[in-house]
Design a protein around this ligand. Structure first.
Ligand SMILES: C[S@@+](CC[C@H](N)C(=O)[O-])C[C@H]1O[C@@H](n2cnc3c(N)ncnc32)[C@H](O)[C@@H]1O
Length: 445
């Protein structure tokens, strides 16, 4: 059969399987007009099984293929060159808090009223909103009258989402202006140092975004980013806390977070399994922030010796005994040689305790390889499991990260090679439902 029929069949079959996997009641919530659907993390809706997540994501992959099949090729190509319109539109909608303005007007609002409330031009605001409604973000109930839907409600204030979306779209999104200049500059193209990266090039200062945002003149951007972190963390952290078995080394296992930053993830893991012993390691200057997180979330835990805060560089030999050494978002900041140095620092601990593991939590760069003999198969067949979930989303995300953070995102094969260089192998690969994976490392004997 041709690609069109194969893809259509794949979507139809998966739709049936998904309805069974979710159950009729949850499947009825696969809808943009409800508050929350089955995949939105609403505790009132039964959590979808792994099978349901996989089916839903495979269907999305097939739908993208179907869109490509059905779109005239000139238009499909042109669409890519206009894609920045979407980023700008969502950034502007977040900036003006359009979702909140609609709610304040009773749940539906004319664009004239919205423009008055936002103190902007109604015609331009209509253009912004129509770019979004065409992608099912907000809904136009009658000409020029807009309401929220399931997706635009994400932009309601109070949880940091509009701040984070605006920051991503309009601040870190600037980095894209610098990507081509970096990629054509022989002195910078191979560097993974944020000071040589696209963001630095775009803002014209040799600083990555984490340094740039600390400059006094960028105080407002920093405040916005900080406001958005809880929203982002809650979405991502949920996967880490619930999709990995943190009790597998026993209820009182020792979990050591190397480069723990604010300690947000460990504090959530501790909340889920209070008996775990948590060790937060970071540079000395960061630990007051980590302590603050735990003081609020687990008062008295440090005094009861349930949580330790240790100033330790992950380039120094690890002297703390633990069952698991957790490195989240660390390796992608470093060259292969530096990653090998970091991994070597823990090897002595794993030699003494072979049950202990190094847990690497990173985006695993996705790809969609379509071999010649399989070119008429639905796209979902090509999305392998040993990569970040949500192929389309994580493909965009790894490019966004490359542009705004620099560093080096790696594929599964690249990780395997890197770990082998450091004397480790992947004992287990944990595919999380959103964006990242946990690779569990053991020493090669
Ligand atoms: C590399 S990222 C890690 C992100 C963090 N694991 C998370 O999940 O958000 C940034 C953190 O690493 C810390 N860091 C940077 N260099 C370090 C080093 N040599 N040793 C330990 N921590 C370091 C920074 O202070 C910061 O808190």
């Amino acid at each position: 059969m041709a690609l069109f029929q194969n893809t259509l069949l794949s979507i139809a079959e998966k739709a049936q399987q998904l309805t069974c996997a979710l159950g009729e009641e949850s499947a009825a919530l696969l809808n943009n007009n409800v508050d929350n659907g089955p995949f939105d993390g609403d505790p009132a809706i039964p959590p979808p099984s792994d099978e349901a997540w996989d089916l839903a994501q495979a269907m999305v992959t097939d739908f993208y293929q179907m869109i490509a099949i059905l779109t005239p090729r000139h238009i499909q190509t042109l669409k890519f060159s206009f894609a920045a319109s979407l980023e700008t539109a969502i950034g502007i909608a977040a900036h003006f808090r359009v979702a909140d303005l609609i709610e304040k007007r009773g749940g539906r609002a004319s664009v004239d009223d919205l423009a008055t409330d936002a103190d902007t031009d109604a015609n331009k605001l209509t253009n912004v909103l129509r770019a979004l409604t065409a992608r099912h973000m907000f809904v136009e109930l009658e000409t020029g009258v807009f309401a929220n839907n399931r997706h635009s409600r994400t932009l309601l204030g109070g949880h940091g989402a509009p701040e984070m979306i605006e920051s991503y779209a309009l601040v870190s999104g600037k980095a894209f202006d610098g990507l081509l200049p970096v990629m054509t500059d022989k002195s910078a193209m191979h560097s993974i140092d944020p000071r040589d990266g696209a963001f630095a090039r775009a803002v014209g200062v040799p600083k990555g975004i984490t340094e740039w945002i600390m400059l006094p003149e960028n105080e407002a951007h920093l405040a916005q980013l900080v406001a958005g972190i809880p929203w982002l963390t809650s979405m991502v952290a949920h996967r880490i806390v619930h999709e990995f078995d943190w009790r597998r080394w026993g209820p009182t296992a020792r979990i050591c977070d190397m480069g723990c930053a604010d300690g947000g993830i460990m504090s959530l893991i501790k909340a889920e399994t209070p008996s775990l012993h948590i060790i937060c390691q970071d540079l000395k200057a960061t630990l007051p922030m980590t302590r603050q997180t735990f003081a609020l979330s687990h008062p008295g835990a440090e005094e009861r010796n349930e949580v330790e805060f240790i100033a330790h560089s992950y380039f120094d030999i690890q002297t703390t005994e633990a069952d698991a050494y957790w490195l989240r978002g660390v390796l992608h900041d470093y060259t292969d040689a530096d990653c090998v140095r970091i991994l070597h620092t823990v090897a002595n601990q794993l030699q003494q305790n072979p049950q202990a593991r190094v847990l690497i939590n990173e985006i695993v760069k996705p790809s969609m390889v379509v071999p010649e003999h399989d070119k008429d198969a639905p796209a979902s067949n090509a999305a392998v499991r040993t990569q970040s979930a949500f192929l389309e989303m994580s493909s965009l995300m790894q490019l966004h990260t490359t542009a705004f953070l620099a560093g080096k995102e790696r594929s599964y094969d690249e990780f395997q090679l890197l770990f082998a260089q450091a004397g480790y192998r992947i004992a287990r690969y944990h595919h999380l439902h959103l964006f990242t994976a946990i690779m569990e490392l053991e020493l090669v004997q």
